[in-house]
Design a protein around this ligand. Sequence first.
Ligand code: HSE
Length: 369
Amino acid sequence: MLRVGFTGWRGMVGSVLLERMREENDFAGIEPMFFSTSNVGGAAPQEARDGGALKDAKNLRELASCEVLLSCHGGDYTTEIYGALRKNGWKGFWMDAASTLRMSDDAVIVLDPVNADVIRDGLARGVRTFTGGNCTVSLMLMAVGGLFRARLVEWMTTMTYQAASGAGAAKMMELVRQMECLTDPTRATPSQNALEVERMMIEAQRALSLPTKEFGAPLAGSLLPWIDRDMPGGQTREEWKGMAEASKIMGLEPPVPIDGICVRVGTMRCHSQGLCIKLSKNVPLADVEQILSNSNPWVRLIPNERESSIRCLTPTAVSGTLNVAIGRLHKLKLGPEFLGAFTVGDQLLWGAAEPLRRMLGILREHVGN
Ligand code: HSE
């Protein structure tokens, strides 16, 4: 049985991964080992086959006894451990959810409903490093990857509405605390006057007492038009990833231009994106719809009308599901080759845990386990 070492499994992405693996009975076919950076010797999850004590996630010898290592830690852990393991000659499969190795020539970014061929080619070439993609990019490709595959995209803009979960658990908690602070004054001094209520809320948002340690600014009742660090040319790194990662995931040569503005909004775990796609030719809308709905089993095409859009094309509707909703599909007034669309997906599922869970299944098949 394939021996798989899990690290970072207690965090948010790791917890969702384990939950999905339990749902799909994935532990039945592997020999899981659980590592920890903070609780070595503590109790491992019930699936641990070896008595259940957590192993040291910094112990290279113990890590190297695994044929697969799956890290849900951030990039710092990958930076510290991955190079040292490879330098010591470890030839196992490394999988992680961090951005550290994504653009390396030795790594394939995994999103098998979209790039199973790229993954297969990688395995055949002897690639042993597989990373999950940036959540926004993965969710965008789950929605419109079919159009890229059909070589119908000349360029695309993505205007994102990204959830707090993409920035981590502490940020989600701060968002909720901010929401409480915003509504507290309106409960203390009830009013039916919308302008009075608005004044109370803006005062609460601007108050020094509002918790902003995580985001650095109020997010509840507002938005933050900046994600990650800056890059040359005015982009943020989150925006830079759109074109770089999408082209790598799909093996697009030459790369397709993709750019836009990435914005943090006050949702919990669903990322949404408004897309403007310049098609390479005037494709009828019905053909576009067919390509999209046939591209993978998780895409949900939402009719471009009010009721369906406000019921099914929202973070509230999609959160906690594997569905990737795409709707508001219509030709923009810019011309017949300009397609408008809006898509919503769960940032922790297809945006993070699910591609890794499925890659583990692909590895098991690959090694004949
Ligand atoms: N960078 C993303 C975000 C997280 O901040 O929402 C997932 O890649």
